[in-house]
Design a protein around this ligand. Sequence first.
Ligand SMILES: [Zn+2]
Length: 96
Amino acid sequence: MNNTKPKTLKESGFYQTKEWRKARKLALQRDHYLCQLRISKDCTRKANTVHHIKELEDYPELALTLSNLTSCCYACHEETKTKGRELPRGVRIIKM
Ligand SMILES: [Zn+2]
């Protein structure tokens, strides 16, 4: 077993920090608690998740940068994981 790998931010409890909770709340307020990703066509769901546009693990320095955060609903956020790609603000993916 290889246990020398450094912990990711997530593993080290980033999502439990009060800095993250604050940034997350600010992003939701900025986006009026509405899903900004809208990957699912016509998604008008309330946002309950905040997504890192540039991945947390790749850009830890942007972890708390509001311009790197976008509010989204759970379903759209799951889509970003399965697609594994960045979704710049305003870009929509139309499912075929
Ligand atoms: Zn959505």
